[in-house]
Design a protein around this ligand. Sequence first.
Ligand SMILES: Cc1cc2nc3c(=O)[nH]c(=O)nc-3n(C[C@H](O)[C@H](O)[C@H](O)COP(=O)(O)O)c2cc1C
Length: 420
Amino acid sequence: MNTMTMKEFDSVQREPRARAAAEVNVEEPFNVEEMFFSRTDTRGVIEAYNNIFIRVSGFSSEELKGAPHKLIRHSDMPKGVFWLLWNGLENGHPVGAYVKNKNKEGHYYWVFALVTPVEGGYLSMRIKPTSPQLALVEGLYKEIRKLELEQKLSAEESAKLILERLAGLGIHSYGAFQAHALHQEFEARRKALQMPAFSDLSNTETIAVTSELLRQELDQLADKFKSAEILTANMKIFAAKLAVGRATINEIAKNYDLMLNDIRNHLNTLVVPPVGTGIWDVPEELGAYFMICASHLMTEMCDTFEAHKCDVDGVDSDYENRVLIKLQKEYDKKSERAVAYGVQSAASIQRRAEFLRRMVLGLSTIRIACRVEAGMLRGKAKGLETIVSRLDVFHDEIEAHLEKIQHHVTTILLAADEHA
Ligand SMILES: Cc1cc2nc3c(=O)[nH]c(=O)nc-3n(C[C@H](O)[C@H](O)[C@H](O)COP(=O)(O)O)c2cc1C
């Protein structure tokens, strides 16, 4: 909070020396392959940038250096977005955001910015947003900005509204939104530039999509086991009416019940705990996308910067190069960790799915005992045959679920294997 106060103090005190012209509805072009960055101190005062930033922003190096970043703030931007940006940065998170900026001429340009804490401040790397997500975000920002002005919302209230709108779209945190958005932008850009798919990303995608299918399958299986209680209850009711064989049927029902209970408990260990809904909470697979995309983009940013060795007045390009490379390594490490997590959880799911299969086999043995008993009681056990055939249907359904589970687990393991 301390830095936030300093930033606010700085924003009030330090008006930019240079100013942009009045906003006009003209887009400042830049190419999809272009990437640019700026680095600020902890208060958002610009310290360094590359030549593309100079060209797009339209300001000279002299005007940019030492200016607060709000120099290029566009009035269409909801302040809630910047509240989220600073909240993330001050809590040590990288933040991805769509930002509409204005340049010196008052022209606008959209970027998808990835802002990260670095030594002594923050670094923002930007790409051109080209995914369909931008249109959605533009609409969202328009609505929020209108409400901000009409209802005189604070930046924090506006941020809450943004989070509410995202939740309405099924995205339960800003962390999840930025990961999803970065992934979308990364892929749209890759396709626009006709670059081949990155295998780490497509494997992660396979793991994520299949894990979701697996989760649904496990949920359905858990429901099925919940509803199986009725089968043993019927068995016990039936046994109570029997003159012969009551004890055996009762025993079978009791064993079946115990086994069902064990399976239900085991299934509970397979259920993935729900992800928190704090601003920066993010499901593992989305977190992995975010880190992998960030790592690839940072690699490209480093290569571009190195290749163009842009001599910008007032910017020490060797120093900036080192900052970029350090950040790239950080992203790389985090993306490797995210991938390793995916591989680990796939292996653990496989072990537990195997155990589940064995338990179901045990359950099936009890069912067979019940069928044998029904055969022995024959004429005296008409109702029991109906119960046994219901058990058969139940076991067939379970078997079908188990097969699907096995198929998903194998898909995940194959993708994880390619990763390793
Ligand atoms: C590294 C970094 C990059 C930033 N980039 C932008 C930017 O491109 N456009 C922008 O309007 N604000 C940017 N900001 C946020 C500004 O510092 C500022 O919070 C924002 O313009 C809103 O200004 P205000 O809080 O004074 O209203 C950036 C901040 C940091 C730390």
